[in-house]
Design a protein around this ligand. Sequence first.
Ligand code: GLN
Length: 497
Amino acid sequence: MSHNLISLTITEALNGLKSKKFTATELVTAHINQMQSPSCRALNAFITETAEQALAQAKNSDSRIANGTSLPLDGIPIAMKDLFCTKGVRTTAASNILNDFIPPYESTVSQKLLDAGTITVGKANLDEFAMGGSNTTSYYGPVENPWKSKTHPDKKLVPGGSSGGSAAAVAAGMAMGATGTDTGGSTRQPGSFCGIVGVKPTYGRCSRWGIIAFASSLDQAGAFARTVEDSALLLQHMSGFDPKDSTSAGQPVPDFAALLKQDVKGLRVGIPKEYRVEGMPQDIIDIWEKGAAMLKDAGAIIVDISLPHTKYAVPTYYIIAPAEASSNLARYDGVRYGLRVDGKDLQDTYENTRAAGFGAEVKRRIMIGTYCLSAGYYDAYYTKAQKVRRLISEDFTKAFEHCDVILTPTAPSSAFAIGENTDDPIKMYLGDVFTIPASMAGLPGISVPAGLDDQGLPLGLQIIGRAWDEVTMFKAAHALEQQAAFSTQPVLIKDAA
Ligand code: GLN
């Protein structure tokens, strides 16, 4: 029974709950048991488990289901990235500086999910302050990917990042879905590495209120699930205008899940030539071509497009994101909240606190960002980067005159080993070469598992949509998912019974 329950999709689980095949308590218990099994605990996907609270909530879900007042996602166990502030539940951003921070308020997105009836089984691990693409910068240690390479089964692999804990939890059956955040790729790339769906909506679709800030002009909430439909369901209940976030938009939220099964006949799918980056593994080129062929089989029209400023996206991102981060992270001063390491005077207290509280990657970015924003360099770096960002955005506007969605690989590699690339930040930064451009333009993107590489590791394909047109993006992603029929799961979920 419990094996079946952790393999269900959200849609199947909602039907099962409605038809009383099982209770929310049974469903949540099965996921908690999986989360607390030694092999899952070894993945380090959670910073804080919230099993007790989850079981109490499951009881409430069961009463609502019994008396016919159930909420749209009642009883669905999810993982919450530990970047979303949760009232009364420790929220760390995977940083020592927030090690004992208990927010007195709930983020808008997590509140919306609570209001929809989801049940959080734990706060998922991440890269410190979401800065990273491998979940190895967490103060609480790295997360391990539940997938294993066929050729090197002894290697521990990264789940991607920064939302690595969320992705690992969903891939290993510890939660049916999860929240993530995506600043430059943090839902799409871990989705690709873990063989699940990861989606980031248009900038402004979800409220950022109560999400610990990294780079405010790029940060967006996103969702993970094992199917496109499930990810659409979650995103739908996370979206909408929030008066508490002036960058959240008043756009109506369509019924994503209901609309995604529409036909893709005649849909124009753009293939950007600049995404054929040098040194890309053959497996990735092959899966990309296969993906285009699959969409063509489903009735779409493939068109060649150009996004000429693609090569500037990563360098530009690594000016804008650290600049905004250096400003956002100035608030951690040991005075208002979080860690405090006293010194001989105020300056000394600031220095001690920040030296002890932040990890190496966060410090690196604060230094880069502060440099780019300093009086003598502001125009040369920050202003210039903003101009290039505009050019990147205009590339997409022009491309979307010729196509309705864009198909690209999600990442230039499959999951790599923990420890690999950590001493080479540039190599690590280039891992987001395909996800960052859409982030810079504020566009929605989704990663769909499309196949396996020669090591038996999952590879995702990314669909980028027009701003506010998640429906078309989901439609294309769903068609791709149907054609790819990706059904392999990591051993951990298969073994759990
Ligand atoms: N990997 C990118 C970075 O390190 C993106 C992270 C993110 O989207 N949060 O900044």
